[in-house]
Write a protein that binds this ligand. Sequence first.
Ligand code: ZN
Length: 453
Amino acid sequence: MTYDSVIRGTAVLPEGTLDSAWIAIRDGRIAAIGTGEAPQATETFDAGSDLIIPGVIDGQTHACSYGGLPGIRSTTRSAVAGGITTIVDMPYDNPDPLNSLERLDAKVAAIREHAHSNVALYGTVMPGQSVEEIEPLIDGGVVAFKISTFESSPTRFPRISSTQTLEIFSALADTAIPLGVHNEDQEIVRAHIAAAKAAGRNGIEAHSESRPPAAEMAATAQFLELGAAAGAHAHIVHLTTTRGFDLVENYLNDGYRSTGELCVHYLWLDPEIDGPELGAKMKVNPPIRPGQIEALWDDVASGRVAFVSSDHSSWPIDNKFTASIFDAGAGVPGLETLLPAFYTGAATRGYDAVALTVLQLCERPAKFFGLWPMKGALVIGADADIAILKAEKQVWDSSKAHDELCWSPFDGREFSVRVARTYVGGKLAWDGNAVVNAPGDGQYVGRGTSAWF
Ligand SMILES: [Zn+2]
């Protein structure tokens, strides 16, 4: 029996790395895996000494916060160029967040029209909205919910009170579905911003000071406690210090379902080193803290970090060129740098970079969002979402990016690998030079049955 395609090379399987391997694909899935002579196929690609890994699952993308639902097109084009085969998109779409079945349907339709990669979705709940509306979203396949303790926008990205947070946790308690939080205390941040502005301070260091660790930790601790009280899965979508992961671990050790996530820029950038050069180009919330990089890598290596994501934000650079740091948008593009930056950072520190990358960027997000084992691993029966990684140095140049944004805090950084190919559902999506699949080739991915706890 002939296959649609066969990829030969060094395959990174759950049980280890297999040399002289082949992966045979039929109908968009991995149909067979072996070594030695490859079976017949309509197309055969020899990856040589390159690594065949599962496609990356970016657990935190903001595709639609600027350009609305059509933002899925350029965002997912960038994703496949970065070896990412599934993005998990956040609910804070412009102009309206994903908080109802009607908006879920609209977003799924936009995915079918625009997506180059697969897309899984977070949902959210607006202030005062009934928890009754959560269930239709779960039935519709959302993989997680997210709320914020800080109002970034009253309509698109509002603050949810602690009372309502407890209600949402209670509604999710009998499910495996996590409730994620943007974790910053509103009163502390607003008071500090007002004080910085009054003092005439408006640089990147004022941004960091205006959102102190106390604001992040207070919001984190309260959210973990509310989740514990309801017996639900509480997930902190970004922690910036190792002490944040201590808090999560304390709740875990007490028997509660708690997890914390890290974004790759917290593992690379330090405001005291990079702030003068990057300024608003490294403005993210919560802020990147000084002196944390090595401690956070230790947290990744020890398994305390649930998974690592990009937190890719679709802001054009104009949004960063403001006179005051407080007027600049928060967030950075990152889909094409996530995989090479994580891999390089791990290799530089002497970790088994291949194993750690596949664990943190593929397996763990797949398990977390209920997508395992159809995604996140090269196993027979799984979707043929595959990246091919070449051990070839590159200096990042965002003018070559495919996200229509073409700026990056990683410009000029040297990475030790590049993405040579990406396959989405068995179809070539990125050939190393260009995105070659069509908008709409990516699929909407609903939550399956795997669970983190
Ligand atoms: Zn985010």
